[in-house]
Design a protein around this ligand. Structure first.
Ligand code: PMV
Length: 334
C-alpha cells in the first residue's frame, strides 16, 4: 500500500479537488513520548511495531499558514526566513503536500512559525506534519475527523499522528496493512501539576534521521527483540500511573523506557549514539538529585537533548539546578 492510496481512501471524492479558500492557518502542539515509538513494520506508511504514548506540549509547536500563490513553485519560510526548495526540509514538506494536490494544481506560500528548535530531537516533525494536515483540512474544507487527520499526519512522520490532540495521547499500533487502525487517540486524564523542562544541550540538526536509526536498530540490534515486551509493560504502567496520578511510577517508567530505547540503538551495528558528553553529565545530575530526594526524571528522543519530568511543587528546586531549561506545563490552557 502506498501513501497516495491511503490519501485517496480517506478523501474519497474530495481527492485532488481545488482548495475552497485562498488561505488558512492552524496550530499543532509538539508531543513528547513517555513510551517511545521505535521501529516500523511498514516504512512507507510509518506503521509501528509497537504502540506508544505521549503528552502534548500545549503552546509549544508550529503555527502554519498556507496561501495559494500564482507562481510556478511553492515558497517556504520558517520563522520568517526563506528556505531553499532544494533543502531536505523543503523537499519533505513538498513531497507531503503533493499527496494532496494534482500536478497542475496551484502552488502555495507556506509560512511556518515554530517555537521549538527544528530537528534537535524536540519532535519538530511531529507538530510539523500534524499542523500541515490541520491547515490543509481548513484550506480544502474537508472537515475530516481527528482520527482521519491523525492517519494522514502519520504518513508524514509517525510521531505526528499523536500531535492532533492536547494532553496524553496513545497511538495504537493497529494491525491493518493500510494502517486505518493505526492512529492517535486522546486519553481523558488531565494532570495540571505535571511539568516538562526542555533541556536543550545542542540545537543543531541531528546527524542521523530517526527514520534511518530505527531501521538500523530493527535490522541489527539483538536487544531490539526485547523492546516490544518492554513497551507492553511500560504502556500498562504509564496508563495506571496517569489515572492514579502516581508521579514516581510515571517518571520511572518514562525514563527507563527512553534508556531502553537508546540501549537498543547502542547495540545496533553500526552503533547509534545520540547522546553527547553533556547529555550523560545531565543524566548523572538527575540521578544524583533523585538520590538527594528530588523527584525529577528525564526522557530523551533521537537527539542529545533531555526533557525533564517533575511536578509543579518542585519547579523551584529543579530550575535552581538546571537554570537554562524552558518549562512547559502540558495541561496549562494558556
Ligand atoms: O516520528 P519520527 O519518525 O520523527 O520518530 C520519532 C521517534 C522518537 O521521537 C524517538 C520517539 C517518539 O515516539 O516520538
Amino acid at each position: 500500500v502506498k501513501k497516495i492510496d491511503v490519501v485517496r481512501k480517506i478523501l474519497a471524492d474530495r481527492f485532488q479537488q481545488s482548495p475552497v479558500y485562498q488561505t488558512a492557518e492552524a496550530f499543532a502542539p509538539t508531543n513528547i513520548a513517555l513510551c517511545k515509538y521505535w521501529g516500523k513494520r511498514d516504512t512507507e506508511l510509518n506503521l509501528p511495531l509497537t504502540s506508544s504514548l505521549s503528552v502534548s506540549l500545549a503552546h509549544k509547536g508550529a503555527l502554519t499558514r498556507l496561501t495559494v500563490n500564482d507562481l510556478a513553485c511553492d515558497v517556504i519560510s520558517l520563522n520568517n526566513q526563506k528556505i531553499k526548495l532544494s533543502d531536505i526540509f523543503s523537499q519533505k514538506l513538498i513531497e507531503f503536500l503533493n499527496l494532496f494536490r494534482a500536478e497542475t494544481a496551484p502552488k502555495f506560500n507556506i509560512n511556518i512559525d515554530s517555537n521549538i528548535p527544528i530537528a534537535a530531537g524536540l519532535a519538530s516533525s511531529a507538530c510539523g506534519f500534524a499542523v500541515l494536515v490541520r491547515v490543509l483540512d481548513k484550506l480544502y474544507d474537508w472537515q475530516l475527523s481527528l482520527t482521519q487527520q491523525s492517519i494522514l499526519a502519520r504518513l508524514g512522520s509517525g510521531s505526528a499522528c499523536r500531535s492532533l490532540w492536547d494532553g496524553f495521547v496513545e497511538w495504537e499500533m493497529g494491525v491493518a496493512s493500510d494502517g486505518m487502525d493505526s492512529h492517535g487517540q486522546a486519553l481523558p486524564a488531565k494532570w495540571p501539576e505535571l511539568s516538562v523542562g526542555l533541556h536543550v544541550i545542542a540545537a543543531t540538526p541531528k546527524k542521523l534521521s530517526s527514520r534511518l536509526a530505527m531501521q538500523q536498530t530493527v535490522l541489527t540490534s539483538q536487544l531490539y527483540q526485547a523492546w516490544p515486551q518492554q513497551v507492553k509493560m511500560d504502556l500498562a504502567n504509564l496508563k495506571t500511573a496517569i489515572s492514579e496520578k502516581d508521579f514516581l511510577t510515571l517518571g520511572k517508567t518514562a525514563e527507563n523506557n527512553a534508556l531502553a530505547m537508546h540501549a537498543t540503538m547502542l547495540s545496533a551495528w553500526p552503533p547509534i549514539q545520540y547522546s553527547l558528553p553533556e547529555t550523560h553529565a545531565s543524566m548523572d545530575k538527575v540521578w544524583q538529585l533523585r538520590r538527594e530526594g528530588l523527584n525529577v526524571f528525564f526522557t530523551q528522543d533521537a537527539g542529545p537533548n533531555l526533557k525533564l519530568l517533575f511536578l509543579a511543587q518542585d519547579l523551584k528546586a529543579v530550575t535552581e539546578q538546571f537554570s537554562n531549561i524552558e518549562v512547559v506545563m502540558p495541561f496549562d490552557s494558556k
